[in-house]
Design a protein around this ligand. Structure first.
Ligand SMILES: Cc1cc2nc3c(=O)[nH]c(=O)nc-3n(C[C@H](O)[C@H](O)[C@H](O)COP(=O)(O)O)c2cc1C
Length: 321
């Protein structure tokens, strides 16, 4: 079973993805955070970097788009795959953020199933109107917008279209990331999609090799599990799942220093660099315990050099995992 590194806007730029792959490996695919389509069919600088193969060396990378327009989606899919040679494009139907949902994008697409059906009908007719080299289309979705009972209707709708693989986060949009994942709904979708020949990937709350074992035992025919936050706190999680060693403090430190140096080179400005590191540490912190004072000192550091010193002390003097 494969392991995918989840896309996380603001957290998993090319720098983190390539460093993660070099230091720890274990992930079979990485996904870009979403690229939002627009009527000019243009990409901003950040989006260009996100998919630039030169900046993503060594990765098996899947670009992800987010849209509410079938025509724009088809245009982006063909442009991105045609220009850079990507063989798969992922469509985001799961993002729960208010600004995204209000535009009927991300999980906002799940609000109105008629809208979603029309989007999918149009998308696949645009893509398969005689075009050559159409990439595989995968979907990353939740199991409903308002309610988790929407999962059956959603499954029928997906099954009526030539989707290659579905990555399922088994929560509705209203649940955001709260509460436990709904494994009854996931089981229904897994059985139905698999029997229709569509690949299934589980995503949600995999934080330890034991979490992975439970899912892979209950769903042995999964194509993959996708892990997000778990890989930001324990970057060796995929490696461990595949039988490799757990990260130790010195390896963690080398990885974080490489990230700090990389951001320093890219961003220049101390404030921006520190903001990036602090955002990352908010999700990395659960791997560490026993040194609250060290974490506070690190969070308060306001120059790169003092941050570097505090980070070293924090990582070396904390209990890891
Ligand atoms: C800060 C943050 C940014 C995210 N950005 C994206 C995104 O751009 N595209 C996407 O499909 N999912 C995004 N997600 C959702 C993750 O890919 C993943 O589905 C979610 O974190 C649940 O998986 P986990 O429990 O393994 O973390 C984001 C999640 C977080 C926490």
């Amino acid at each position: 079973m494969d392991i995918y590194f989840a896309p996380m806007e603001g957290m998993t730029p090319p720098l983190l993805r390539t460093l993660h792959n070099e230091f720890f490996g274990g992930c079979d695919k990485y996904f870009t955070p979403f690229i939002s389509t627009n009527e000019n069919y243009s990409l901003n600088q950040k989006e260009k970097k996100d998919i630039d193969p030169e900046l993503n060396k060594g990765l098996n990378l899947v670009p992800q788009i987010i849209s509410n327009s079938a025509e724009q989606s088809a245009g982006y899919i063909m442009n991105i795959s045609g220009k850079y040679g990507y063989k798969e494009i992922n469509i985001n139907m799961g993002c729960p953020s208010g600004t995204v949902v209000s535009k009927n994008k991300g999980s906002g697409m799940l609000k109105d199933k008629k809208f979603l059906e029309e989007y999918m009908d149009e998308l696949f007719s645009f893509l398969y109107d005689g075009k050559e080299n159409v990439p595989d289309i995968s979907i990353k979705t939740r199991i409903g917008f308002y309610s988790e009972d929407e999962h059956k209707e959603l499954t029928d709708l997906i099954m009526a279209h030539p989707v290659k693989q579905v990555i399922i986060h088994p929560r509705s949009r209203v649940r955001m990331y709260e509460g436990s994942t709904n494994l009854d709904a996931f089981t229904y979708m897994y059985d139905a999609l698999k029997s229709a020949g569509i690949g299934v990937v589980y995503n949600g709350d995999i934080k330890t090799p034991e979490d992975y074992e439970r899912i892979s035992k209950d769903y042995p025919d999964l194509d993959a599990v996708m892990i997000g936050r778990g890989l930001l706190s324990d970057p060796s999680l995929a490696r461990r799942i595949k039988g490799g060693k757990c990260v130790d403090n010195e390896e963690y430190l080398s990885y974080m220093e490489a990230l700090l140096n990389g951001y320093a080179e890219q961003l220049g400005n101390d404030k921006h660099i520190l903001a990036k590191m602090k955002d990352l540490w908010n999700l990395a912190k659960p791997a560490f315990s026993g040194n609250e004072k060290g974490f506070k000192d690190m969070s308060k550091a306001d120059t790169i050099e003092s941050y570097r010193v505090c980070m070293r002390q924090f990582i070396r003097n904390s209990k890891l995992l």
